[in-house]
Design a protein around this ligand. Structure first.
Ligand code: XUL
Ligand code: CO
Length: 437
């Protein structure tokens, strides 16, 4: 088979002093941190859609990137060559996982049956390449947002026929993910939302989305798929208002429709910031509510208000994210999937390597820093001291729901003005800086 990335050999760990831009300075897959290898903590995954199908198009112009594996007029030949290129890339980078949408890996045909046939052909090749390399899907998903039939949503479309098409597509995508040994399956609400309430029945659409996800849960049981289901929050784009807008909205939805036992969340950093939260906030909310599943690792741009999907290079954000994640017990089925794309001017294949190496090194550094923060326990001690009064008999009684307003009044009348304490934010931020430098 042709080599699609001949300019890059296997990417190796060379340590912080290395000057080779195509070597890891911090990510050493086998190095143990808090008793687990870096590879097991971080569970890196490459996403198929941006890395192999993204060619740099934006609303102002078509793609700028020309790839050798795209060089055929037959879509199935392109699909096969792209898959070969992808596995060469995964292996050279040294990741264990990949993520895909059904329509990323195989072209959509004229009918559902034809699309399924295309998918089956490509999945056969994917199985072979997975066997050769030992690389598996972190998760699979279905593209329910590109085709024009989904312009008004998939599960929340005003037409039940579109709902049915989407369900059929998810059925097949789940089967394929199972066949490839995927550790999970993601539901990102592509166009599940609205552009104007003048044409939208929100209550009905939410009920339909609930019904759709129950059908998926039933089918999962039926075929014995053991992967974890995830919902991926995003507040806007493509619609003005996406229903799964943030972790809080997803949790409320899952509770209302009695789906909490079947789903965890896939938190994407740039979606969190679009929702007006930090990456760490979204993760912390998930940890606090037992719904942390997986991460789409990327970042936005401070000055740009859309989903720029840039590679994660911000050491602060990644450190704080991993600090929360590690305290929440780390990944089980999930991992760090680079849902990120190179910029429009990064037109060379080698740019894909620079991008991923940078993201992996940033998270590896963040992992080591977060592990030191946890080992030292300074931040955790500060927090537990801040809440120490809740560990007295008085505090415990309130927290257990056994106290009354009348008792609170009596306590306050006898004790008088509460003693308050500094939050010490600046001191804590200085402490954090000392770890990061
Ligand atoms: C879109 C997005 C998706 C999901 C998978 O913003 O993040 O690529 O991750 O459908
Ligand atoms: Co994503």
């Amino acid at each position: 088979m042709p080599q699609f990335f001949p300019e890059v050999k296997m990417v190796k760990f060379e340590g912080p002093k290395s000057r080779d831009p195509l070597a890891f300075k911090h990510y050493d897959a086998g190095e143990k941190v808090l008793g687990k290898t870096m590879a097991d903590h971080l569970r890196f995954s490459v996403c198929y859609w941006h890395t192999f199908k993204g060619l740099g198009s934006d609303p102002f112009g078509p793609g700028t990137i020309i790839r050798k594996y795209n060089n055929s007029s037959d879509p199935m030949t392109v699909a096969e060559m792209t898959l070969w290129a992808a596995f060469e890339f995964f292996a050279k980078l040294g990741v264990d996982y990949w993520c895909f949408h059904d329509r990323d890996i195989a072209p959509e045909g004229g009918t559902l049956a034809e699309s399924n046939k295309n998918l089956d052909r490509i999945v056969k090749l994917a199985r072979k390449l997975q066997r050769d390399t030992g690389i598996k899907p972190l998760w699979g998903t279905a593209n329910l947002f590109s085709n024009r039939r989904y312009m008004g949503g998939a599960a929340t479309n005003p037409s039940p026929a579109v709902f049915a098409y989407a369900a059929a597509q998810v059925k097949k995508a789940m089967e394929v993910t199972q066949e490839l040994g995927g550790a999970g399956y993601v539901f990102w609400g592509g166009r599940e939302g609205y552009d104007t309430l003048l044409n939208t029945d929100m209550g009905r659409e939410l009920d339909h989305l609930g019904a759709f996800l129950h059908m998926a849960v039933d089918y999962k049981k039926k075929i014995g798929f053991r992967g974890q289901f995830y919902i991926e929050p995003k507040p806007k784009e493509p619609t003005k208002h996406q229903y799964d807008s943030d972790a809080g909205a997803c949790f409320a939805f899952l509770q209302k429709y009695d789906l909490v036992d079947h789903f965890k969340l896939n938190i994407e950093a740039n979606h969190g910031t679009l929702a007006g939260h930090t990456f760490q906030h979204e993760l912390e909310f998930c940890v606090a509510n037992g719904i942390l599943g997986s991460v789409d690792a990327n970042r936005g741009d401070l000055l740009v208000g859309w989903d720029t999907d840039q590679f994660p290079t911000d050491l602060y954000d990644c450190t704080l994210g991993l600090y929360t994640l590690l305290q929440g017990g780390g990944f089980r089925t999930g991992g760090l999937n680079f849902d990120a794309k190179v910029r429009r001017q990064s037109i060379d294949p080698v740019d894909l390597f620079h991008a991923h190496i940078g993201g992996m090194d940033t998270f590896a550094r963040a992992l080591k820093i977060a592990a030191r923060m946890i080992k030292d326990g300074k931040f955790a001690r500060f927090v537990s001291q801040r809440y120490a009064a809740w560990d007295t008999a008085f505090g415990r009684k309130i927290a257990a729901g056994k106290a009354t307003f009348a008792e609170m009044e009596k306590y306050t009348l006898t004790q008088g003005e509460p003693r308050i304490q500094s939050g010490r934010q600046e001191m804590l931020e200085n402490m954090l800086n000392a770890y990061i430098s």
